[in-house]
Write a protein that binds this ligand. Sequence first.
Ligand SMILES: Cc1cc2nc3c(=O)[nH]c(=O)nc-3n(C[C@H](O)[C@H](O)[C@H](O)COP(=O)(O)OP(=O)(O)OC[C@H]3O[C@@H](n4cnc5c(N)ncnc54)[C@H](O)[C@@H]3O)c2cc1C
Length: 334
Amino acid sequence: MVVASCLDRDPSCLIVGAGITGLMAARELRRLGIQVLVLDKARGVGGRMATRRFDGGVFDHGTQYFAPSSAWFQSRIAEWIDGGVTKEWFRVRSYEMDERFLSAARYCGYPAMTSIPKLLAEGVPVHTGERVTRLDVVDGCWRATTEADTTYSARSCLLTPPVPQVLELLEASGVALDDELEETLTDLVYEPCITLMVVCENTPMMPENGILEFERGDIRRITDNQRKGISREAAAVTIHATGAFSAAHFADDDETLARYLLDEALPIIRCGAVSWQLHRWRYSQILTPHPEPYLHISETPPLAVAGDAFGINGVEGAARSGMEAARMMLRHLQ
Ligand SMILES: Cc1cc2nc3c(=O)[nH]c(=O)nc-3n(C[C@H](O)[C@H](O)[C@H](O)COP(=O)(O)OP(=O)(O)OC[C@H]3O[C@@H](n4cnc5c(N)ncnc54)[C@H](O)[C@@H]3O)c2cc1C
């Protein structure tokens, strides 16, 4: 049932966050005939499917790759390959394979990770640079107020930032949660990831596929963006610290962190650094996702939370959560 007091021009669903969850939800709602508007605080779309450029280097500095554990996601990957925004990056040997995965192939965005969210955002009304700071119910609609003091109303609202940021927004808005829901959401813990991007002086010594993953030490992974095929002009590596190191050193200053990670990584890959940039992901990956694909916060008007914290983690879980949340919203709006 459509709430009568909502203005006709209001979109039916306001989506906070233009990462893969929000964009998959937006596309599915539009396919189902529902008007949407997506708001994101960042300058571009993609969230943690992120790419950065500096000094000639191109870096995927969030998600590195994804692999399908369901036929549904395998089909999405096939669509993205057809759309020219995804490629098979490498294959794992069978003895390394995790039984959760359907195929040995690991995929990445092409020509870079952000190409996927950019394709998904085509034709979707997305307002970037809009940080939602408050949500209120006004005349039966959800009204979002942004940092720039702009307001947007809709008959329903889907929140897709990492859950701790959703909780902050709800608290700032005075939206009360029942004790059980609050405890469930508070229990969803993400690990941080300190990420160092380095433009290299010479070609780093890396495996053919361009990825080195570590079981011990403070570095989880080093990725060679040139071998990966996204940094054409310059040798450029992304270094991801482990969750434990990142949590312990999150507040350290950039210079100290960069020096430490350079000293750890460069002797392994035998290269020098021309320049570097550091990024702190406070919420990189969820440790234990909630089994449901989304959770309701309120039914009238509908408000729900979705993302990689629901269902299964990573890009696949986020995409699936967005699609399931969209279908649920449709049922509530009809
Ligand atoms: C370093 C790193 C490595 C990773 N490696 C892998 C990997 O190898 N494989 C894999 O599958 N996954 C990996 N992931 C996880 C994967 O990136 C995420 O699971 C997925 O991208 C989550 O998508 P999302 O849309 O749910 O959230 P996000 O991508 O975080 O999108 C949420 C969006 O909400 C916006 N937002 C937040 N607050 C507000 C607000 N108040 N107002 C407006 N907008 C707001 C943000 O700007 C963001 O764009 C990695 C992540 C990181 C950081």
